[in-house]
Design a protein around this ligand. Structure first.
Ligand SMILES: [Zn+2]
Length: 314
């Protein structure tokens, strides 16, 4: 299987968000990609400029950051042509890798704008930024420039052109390849699984993830019997509930359970909105130290107290 590291550059409405086309807030203007074989050797490259059709002049931030000017974009080809060519170049046996999560989403959003067929379900890919973050923990997400510097990769090319960023992402992956990252794949949440049968259960060395199918309303999702199921990330046995699920904020539930063999585990349920406007849940179960159990318990008590106070004041 090949790895395809790709990077996109996009433009946005030059006259401000109130004039943007909501179906395509970010219009792709360049695709750059590097193909690695299963031994992480670079075997091919792809690069194309896309002629914009929605926002024909560049937003000033984009022009500044990318050092592009409109004359370059005029040399581009239509999105559908480039996208089809890119897909063909990818071949049949590959997995995508990108720096961060947004390129996968924007590619699908642009494809959908032109009524091109997308996968219709969450796509499995490698988020190289997240894999790097796990190897070199930092409080926030790391910029590609910093990762390149951290790994002492020579900086011979400028950043912020699609092909150069794709190359740098490939070099980062080559350096990380010694760390056995293969089970650290992730899914993009642009599409929700279509039905219960297509729901995704994935098991990784340090967490398990369950992606539910889409529901028309959050309330149906919460009432679904699979929603609160709480199983060990390693052995899949039902966990002994230590802290029952509670709503940590509008978009997130938390809970704690314990496996006799694999210790304390935190459950996080996050609600996501699919491209079709349905709500679905991403549930993650991951091991935690005992000290974190107390922190979560205190959080639950604190929220309960706040709610009581609110009621008293009304
Ligand atoms: Zn277990």
């Amino acid at each position: 299987m090949n790895y395809i590291l790709f990077d996109l550059e996009w433009n946005q409405c030059p006259h401000g968000p109130e004039y943007e086309n909501p179906r395509i807030p970010f219009e792709i203007i360049e695709i750059g990609a590097v193909k690695l074989n299963d031994r992480f050797k670079i075997i091919d490259e792809y690069n194309s400029i896309i002629k914009p059709r929605v926002y024909k002049t560049l937003h000033h931030h984009i022009r500044q950051m990318l050092n592009y000017d409109e004359s370059v974009l005029k040399t581009g080809r239509p999105f559908e042509v480039v996208c089809k060519e890119f897909k063909k170049w990818c071949g049949d046996d590959y997995i995508f890798g990108t720096w961060g999560t947004s390129d996968i989403t924007q590619l699908q959003k642009n494809m959908e704008y032109y009524y091109m067929q997308t996968t219709e379900e969450p796509m499995r890919y490698y988020d190289i930024q997240a894999i790097f973050g796990e190897a070199y923990p930092d409080p926030g997400p790391c910029r590609l420039e910093k990762a390149v510097e951290t790994l002492s990769i020579p900086q011979n090319e400028c950043f912020h052109t699609a092909i150069n960023d794709a190359r740098y992402t490939a070099y980062v992956l080559q350096k990380l390849s010694k760390r056995n990252f293969k089970d650290q794949y992730t899914y993009d949440y642009y599409h929700a699984p279509v039905d219960e049968e297509h729901e995704i259960h994935s098991y990784h060395r340090n967490y398990a993830e369950h992606i539910s199918h889409g529901f028309d309303d959050k309330i149906y999702l919460i009432e679904d019997e699979n929603f609160g199921e709480f199983r060990c990330y390693k052995c899949k046995r039902k966990l002994n509930r230590k802290i029952d699920w509670f709503s940590n904020n509008q978009n997130q539930y938390l809970g704690v359970g314990r496996c006799w063999y694999h210790g304390y585990q935190k459950g996080t349920i996050k609600f996501k909105l699919s491209n079709k406007g349905q709500t679905f849940a991403v549930k993650r179960i991951a091991p935690i130290p005992k000290s974190e159990v107390e922190t979560i318990r205190n959080r639950k008590l604190e929220l309960r107290e706040k709610r009581r106070e609110k009621r008293r004041n009304h």
